[in-house]
Ligand binder design. Structure first.
Ligand SMILES: O=P(O)(O)O[C@H]1O[C@H](CO)[C@@H](O)[C@H]1O
Ligand SMILES: Nc1nc2[nH]cnc2c(=O)[nH]1
Length: 286
């Protein structure tokens, strides 16, 4: 559907290349957010493919996004993991940003876990908490930059997909259980993620507006991927690591910065690794 950039033919060619090159048949895909790339170490029996070696695949340009596709195992389960994602602010079209979801679907992947680093808008949240995503606000999507814009290819999903049910409740409950079982030290929240295209962090007035709109955390990713994965019939689950708190006062001396985002990822790396590995190995796909 859409353009040449994420057409069935392109996604299918990449899927075929990956299946032939690796001989793997992953059931589950994971996308790692900013500073969360260390989670890639948790897989066993790993095969690492730099994006640059995959014909037709975009490459990573952002610090904290290594740019590798990692095939491996979590327990007995075959998993494929993106150590680094693509963002629209890098200059990629929303079709390129979401191409991997179609590739995964055509490889036979049935479910995807999307992770990200996000700013906390909800005043009850604290840096280091995890927010399981219940729903989203797709700001660019509402004003004409939807990843499904363009001709629809029915082989990839319907013309008019629902989005009231993007985030799979059963998967989310199992993810919450994994955080609990592994004694994740931050709180585990449930909330609404708002996607804005970036690369600027929000102004104070924008943060105030986003709160009144019902958002609990803000970031520059995940939603386009979730929409395209859901369109293709994949089960979707997502969480945000709250890496910084959005600033709501004009006289604040602090300001949002990517170093802090990466540092919080580092701070929680080990605990995230154990919770996510536990989830990947144990969650039921039926
Ligand atoms: O959403 P991920 O990829 O985790 O990254 C988040 O962190 C970066 C900003 O610090 C932005 O890219 C934002 O989207
Ligand atoms: N837009 C946005 N993205 C982020 N990623 C990590 N923190 C933030 C933030 O505060 N705002």
């Amino acid at each position: 559907a859409g353009t040449e950039e994420n057409s069935y033919e392109r996604a299918e060619a990449i899927a075929r290349y990956l299946l032939e090159r690796t001989g793997r048949r992953p059931e589950l895909a994971v996308v790692l957010g900013s500073g969360l790339g260390g989670l890639g170490d948790s897989l066993t029996d790993r095969q690492v493919l730099p994006y640059a070696e995959i014909p037709g695949f975009p490459t990573s340009t952002v610090a904290g996004h290594q740019g590798n596709l990692i095939f491996g195992k979590a327990g007995d389960r075959d998993v494929v993991l993106m150590q680094g994602r693509f963002h629209a602010y890098e200059g990629y079209s929303v079709h390129q940003v979401t191409l991997p979801m179609r590739v995964f679907h055509l490889m036979g992947v049935r479910a995807v876990l999307l992770t990200n680093a996000a700013g906390g808008l909800n005043r009850d949240y604290a840096v280091g908490d995890v927010m399981l995503i219940r729903d989203h606000l797709n700001l660019p999507g509402l004003v004409g930059c939807n990843p499904l814009r363009g001709p629809n290819d029915e082989r990839l999903g319907p013309r008019f997909p629902s989005t009231s049910d993007v985030y799979d409740k059963r998967m989310r409950d199992q993810l919450a259980e994994a955080f609990k079982q592994c004694n994740f030290p931050g709180a585990t929240r449930l909330g609404v993620y708002v996607y804005q295209q970036g690369p600027c962090y929000e102004s104070v007035a924008e943060c105030r507006m986003l709160i009144t709109m019902g958002a609990d955390a803000v970031g520059m990713s995940t939603v386009p991927e979730a929409v395209v994965a859901h369109h293709a019939g994949l089960r979707v689950c997502a969480f945000s690591l709250i890496t910084n708190m959005a600033l709501l006062e004009w006289d604040s001396a602090e300001k949002a910065n990517h170093e802090e985002v990466l540092q919080t990822g580092q701070l929680r790396a080990d605990q995230l690794k154990s919770s996510v590995s536990h989830f990947l190995a144990n969650f039921s796909l039926d």
